[in-house]
Design a binder for this molecule. Structure first.
Ligand SMILES: Cc1cc2nc3c(=O)[nH]c(=O)nc-3n(C[C@H](O)[C@H](O)[C@H](O)COP(=O)(O)O)c2cc1C
Length: 199
């Protein structure tokens, strides 16, 4: 798929077909992630990649769907909340693969004096985005779930990940269900978001 087609096609997909992803496809996606830029050229990343359905189902037990009272959404954000909130667990259950990209913080956020703490976190998102785009290029659907409340701790314990590793997001992959729901896009265009040469 051509690069800008990939950019335009990538959407957050939260409903998947029950279909495995070939290992070579996953290896290309993981490789794309690992080629992302990183602060201080550290690349202190370790990616736990789950393809075993029983392990994915066990992981999903830690993810709680968010409550959502929106019945008739009035904005693209509300449309997204209505689709996304109840599917936080089911999208993991339906996934063929969940990638957990752990990174190490060199400068802890809690002792952050000069903003350096954000660098390792920022780099982890470059890795995530590369994988989302690679997944799109491979004809897959993808979405991220941000681990909240007790989820980071529970997931680390479940996967026996040492304490010093942080998890920015779960990268959830699968072949998109034919009727997968999509909210309208918030329009961000060169015309309405870009300032040339001055604000
Ligand atoms: C930092 C970040 C956090 C997100 N967290 C979640 C999440 O926890 N669960 C989820 O279903 N989607 C999550 N998303 C996906 C957004 O909801 C989605 O990107 C947005 O609604 C725009 O839709 P699109 O990805 O289809 O363009 C997250 C995206 C980003 C960039």
């Amino acid at each position: 798929m051509e690069f800008y087609e990939v950019i335009n096609k990538r959407r957050s997909i939260r409903q998947f077909e029950n279909r495995e992803i070939p290992k070579e496809v996953l290896e290309r996606i993981l490789d794309a992630g690992l080629k992302a830029p990183s602060s201080n050229h550290q690349r202190r990343w370790e990616l736990v990649t789950l393809t075993d359905k029983a392990i994915i189902m066990d992981l999903a037990k830690f993810i709680r769907p968010y409550p959502c009272r929106i019945v008739e959404p009035k904005t693209p954000q509300q449309e997204m909340f209505k689709i996304a909130y109840p599917r936080q667990r089911s999208m993991v259950e339906e996934a063929a693969c969940v990638i957990l990209p752990f990174f190490k913080q060199k400068y802890p956020l809690s002792e952050d004096k000069n903003g350096y703490g954000l660098m390792d976190y920022g780099a982890s998102w470059a890795l995530v985005e590369n994988m989302l785009l690679a997944a799109t290029a491979e004809g897959l659907g993808s979405v991220v779930h941000i681990p909240v409340k007790k989820e980071p701790e529970q997931i680390r314990e479940f996967l026996k990940v040492p304490d010093s590793w942080c998890l920015p997001a779960l990268v959830v992959l699968g072949y998109p269900a034919k009727d997968a729901l999509l909210p309208s896009q918030v329009k961000a265009t060169v015309d309405n978001k870009v300032h040339w040469n001055k604000w």
